[in-house]
Design a protein around this ligand. Sequence first.
Ligand SMILES: NC(=O)c1ccc[n+]([C@@H]2O[C@H](COP(=O)([O-])OP(=O)(O)OC[C@H]3O[C@@H](n4cnc5c(N)ncnc54)[C@H](O)[C@@H]3O)[C@@H](O)[C@H]2O)c1
Length: 284
Amino acid sequence: MTRLQDKVCIITGAGSGMGRVAARMFRAQGARVVAADISERDGEETVSAVKESGNGDIVFVRADVSREEDCADLVRETVRRFGRLDALYNNAGIMPEGDHSVVDTAVDTWDQVQSVNTKGIYLCCKYGIPAMVRSGGGSVINVASFVALVGCSVPQDSYTASKGAVIALTKSLAVQFGPRGVRANAICPGPIETPMLTEWLLSDPEAKALRPLRGHRPPGHLPGVRRVDVDQRRHARGRRGHHVELFLISHRQVSKDRPGKTSGRKTPGMGDADGVRVAGRVCA
Ligand SMILES: NC(=O)c1ccc[n+]([C@@H]2O[C@H](COP(=O)([O-])OP(=O)(O)OC[C@H]3O[C@@H](n4cnc5c(N)ncnc54)[C@H](O)[C@@H]3O)[C@@H](O)[C@H]2O)c1
């Protein structure tokens, strides 16, 4: 029996980086996965890759998480295909080049980031949580970031503010919906080598200056950055394959008397070997 046997999970931003890794991991653990992404090409690529590895119960649904009708359709389609919803992995996020300090970020860029990173989670929860309550309970996992805990010397202020909002919202969800069987937790990954981070490190002049590099090195060689390797259970540069997410989904349902046991947590992921330092405490 695998850890997520027959659990129905939505993963947003499943077309790339950590979302793609999660899709593979969740499927390998027996979940039925709805891989959602704004990019049809990338989302379908994730589905093909997972199917090629022999794990078939995965479908792609195109969804822009900043659009209410897309989020409603995503949840409706999930329940139509699989009959229920057990986990909502709110992973989609953006960090556009123009997002910098408050003093030089355009209002449009600020709004664009908030619209995906914050409003996107609100909208997915708006439709996803009632579906989980109807399924008898579930688990919301919101992807925040270490920058919301410690800041970043090369600013991406809208991004950082959005991730702080994700943590605050997660606490509110945990308190509200724990008594109805839905846990909510945020994870705060440290730097992980995905297209999002690589593009930033290679394009932002200040970020570039932070790197003790002479010239470009190919992905897999960014100092201080952990690499996501979709084919490895243990990522090449340190982070183990989404074990905290598996725990947060597979953990037994909260009891109505003790709703907070594994809900309302944020799991910082910087500076430790596994990227999930608090997981052990949650497990205890
Ligand atoms: N990579 C890191 O170092 C790092 C660190 C901390 C937190 N995070 C967070 O982890 C999450 C995943 O990041 P990643 O590094 O894998 O990024 P990524 O850019 O590789 O993947 C993000 C995915 O989200 C999708 N997406 C973007 N906008 C969307 C929208 N409106 N609707 C639906 N899908 C959309 C993209 O198409 C892409 O497939 C993000 O929330 C990010 O903020 C990343």
